[in-house]
Design a protein around this ligand. Structure first.
Ligand code: ASP
Ligand code: MG
Length: 402
């Protein structure tokens, strides 16, 4: 079997952890498998490097940032190779240039275009354990790029796809994907299997177990992923395609407590106004999430939308610059809101889910400000102070029925 394993920064944070991972790698190697291991930078290395730069410059060159940040992963693979050699196992560490991990030119957020597989294949044939730097690539100018924070997951999935690996295991410091954040919902439980689609929704809703792009890539190339802990033998969560007919409607609950709402009251009820609002926001690079528009009366209507609280100041500026043009009467900005979502692939065919969700909020005396639905999730906007209560109530309503 060809196995790709990825170990995150916390899994290789210190010498003890490095040997712990080395032992896990050896376990597979000794069973006769070919093993490719992708590593992240140790512990907080990447953050520490960013802090160092802040002492020097407020606007460092993106190219030089990637040159710097990529060093963390290079340390990890070399240290792991030294550990495995010390333990008597053949191995080699490779960085992105040596592997031929070709990306677009966008420093700090590069996308993988192609992986030249020859070098890795040659090393595997030599029976080496191959240790590859996560997170980094190389562009057409032969410069080092990085894939964005948390990008090592994406490196691992890309390698698994390119080499048609039999298994792609993502090792982290939690033992899988949970029905809700266990720090918020005490009785949250580990999910055995989840679809790519559900995982993508949960990830974009704030369950940060996997790099979003890694799941997109896994879905595209049908790479089955296992998310598990490097510290225990627990089985983890399988992320895969398909659809389990017996599955419950709701798989997971996510909460995001950094939500602000903007209400534009009394906009001219003429064609093109919504376009004007959201075009101005898009030009300012503001990501808009939930949107509601009222039916309107007397030639006026209302539009409200939510944004990340970090984007509130920029949004205020953009809206205030456009108030006259839009014919807006009143603008209202509100912070301290939270988005709570239920996600599940079985939801589309289960008519009662939305009603159960609202019933749970009613029973818990939680007021809902906005609602948005799709075939795989329902999101509601509530007061930030109600988020935890809402998540627990929904977890009880749905997840405990497993
Ligand atoms: N070391 C990088 C980061 O901290 C990449 C990764 O961890 O996947 O973002
Ligand atoms: Mg990291």
């Amino acid at each position: 079997m060809l196995i790709v394993q990825k170990y995150g920064g916390s899994s290789v944070a210190n010498t003890e952890r490095i040997f712990n991972v080395a032992n896990r790698i050896i376990e597979y190697y000794k069973q006769g498998h070919d093993v490719i291991v992708v590593l992240s930078a140790q512990g907080d290395t990447t953050d520490d490097l960013i802090e160092k730069v802040k002492e020097i410059s407020k606007s460092p060159s993106k190219r030089e940032m990637d040159m710097l940040l990529s060093t963390g992963e290079q340390q990890s693979v070399a240290l792991m190779a030294i550990a495995l050699t010390e333990m008597g196992y053949p191995c080699i560490s490779l960085n992105a240039a040596q592997v031929g991990m070709i990306t677009t030119a966008d420093y700090g957020n590069a996308r993988i275009k192609k992986i030249k597989t020859e070098r890795i294949k040659r090393e595997i044939e030599r029976k080496n354990i191959v240790l590859v730097t996560g997170f980094q690539g190389i562009n057409n100018f032969d410069d080092i790029t990085t894939l964005g924070r948390g990008g090592s997951d994406t490196t691992a999935v890309a390698i698994a796809a390119a080499l048609h690996a039999d298994k792609c295991e993502i090792y982290t410091d939690v033992d899988g994907v949970y029905t809700a954040d266990p720090r918020v919902v005490k009785n949250a439980r580990k999910i055995k299997e989840i679809t790519y689609h559900e995982m993508l929704e949960l990830a974009s809703l704030g369950a940060k177990v996997l790099h979003n792009r890694s799941v997109e890539l896994a879905k595209k190339y049908n790479v089955e992923l296992v998310v598990r802990s490097s510290l225990t033998k627990a089985e983890g969560t399988i992320v895969k395609g398909g659809f389990n007919m017996e599955k419950m409607s709701v798989s997971g609950i996510a909460g995001d407590d950094k939500v602000a709402r903007v209400a534009l009251i009394g906009i001219d009820d003429t064609p093109g106004k919504a376009f004007e609002v959201f075009n101005a926001l898009a030009k300012g690079n503001i990501n808009v999430d939930l949107i509601i528009q009222s039916i309107g009366h007397e030639g006026k209507k209302d539009i409200s939308f939510t944004i990340d609280t970090d984007a509130l100041e920029d949004t205020k500026k953009i809206i205030n610059n456009n108030i006259d043009r839009l014919g807006v009467k009143v603008v209202d900005f509100e912070q301290d809101l939270a988005k709570v979502s239920i996600v599940g692939a079985g939801m589309a065919t289960d008519a009662g889910v939305a009603s159960s969700m609202f019933e749970a909020m009613f029973d818990a005396h939680i007021n809902i400000h906005m609602i948005s639905t799709s075939d795989i999730k329902i999101s509601i906007l509530v007061n930030k102070a109600d988020m935890k209560k809402a998540m627990c109530a929904l977890h009880d309503k749905f997840a405990l029925q497993y």
